[in-house]
Design a protein around this ligand. Structure first.
Ligand code: 13P
Length: 260
């Protein structure tokens, strides 16, 4: 199964509209497109519309970092997935920052996954354990609970198209920022694929793309991308630096090319 490698830049709450355009312009100059690598940029909500007019859509897709699960109504301050339909191809759902700072529950994450799918936006579902959970040997339980609850309402066909990002929260720069050992991450990635297989069968499990979402940079990227069940990365801080991010893409390309 040749799953297309997915490299996602999560700019988080950084860069205003003109800074976003400038970074996009630099990335466009540096990055060469490749048919087997998909590059997705998740800027702030405000930058999505202008970037959608500026980017080379052959090379880049856009993602929202969050959206509300209702399609419309009196939800002051929110933006819905239905409003983002046509503007983004992907939507990050359940990022650890949202679960931790904004107390997003399993039910809200589930409803957002469903709303994204309903509006033809591919959810990038983030799941992962905290440091105390890891130390208590609860990683599998946490991954199981976050995954099964989030995809509960989806059909097998819908599940086969979603993206899952494994984010060990302790290995994200915002939180503990501990460096994970790439080889140790394969176990969790495989566990996620097995869970999908248990729920929806082998054919669906082998379609689903699973990303590594802890900290990566241009130096360690190859070690993560070489893991058997790793189909790409969700990059935070390093995606704000065009040299770093374009090197990450270049290395992903080299690895993929070496396998073709
Ligand atoms: P960092 O790469 O900044 O650690 O963030 C990872 C992440 O949260 C990706 O969404």
């Amino acid at each position: 199964m040749n799953r297309k490698t997915l490299i996602v830049a999560n700019w988080k709450m950084n860069l205003n509209v003109s800074q976003s355009s400038l970074l996009m312009h630099r990335l466009d100059k540096k990055i060469v497109s490749h048919h087997n690598i998909e590059i997705v940029i998740a800027p702030s909500m405000l930058a999505l519309q202008p970037l959608s007019k500026e980017i080379n859509h052959q090379k880049f897709s856009l993602a929202c970092q969050n959206a509300y699960f209702k399609d419309e109504g009196a939800f002051t301050g929110e933006v819905s997935f239905s409003m983002l339909n046509g503007l983004v191809n992907y939507g990050i759902v359940g990022h650890s920052a949202r679960r931790i700072y904004f107390h997003e529950s399993l039910e809200e994450v589930r409803d957002k996954v469903k709303a994204a799918v309903r509006n033809d936006i591919v959810p990038i579902l983030c799941i992962g354990e905290t440091k105390p959970e890891r130390l208590a040997d609860e990683t599998s339980q946490v991954l199981h609970d976050q995954l099964t609850s989030a995809i509960y309402h989806l059909t097998s066909d819908e599940v086969s198209k979603i993206v899952i990002a494994y984010e060990p929260i302790w290995a994200i720069s915002t939180f503990d920022g501990e460096q994970s050992k790439p080889a140790d991450m394969q176990h969790a990635l495989k566990f996620i694929r097995h869970q999908i297989e248990d729920l929806h069968g082998y054919d669906v499990a082998k379609e689903v793309r699973i990303l590594y979402g802890g900290s990566v940079d241009s130096h360690d990227i190859l070690a993560y991308l070489s893991l058997e069940d790793c189909d790409g990365v969700l990059v935070g801080a390093a995606s704000l630096n065009y040299e770093q991010f374009s090197t990450i893409v270049q290395k992903a390309y080299t690895l993929k090319y070496s396998k073709e």
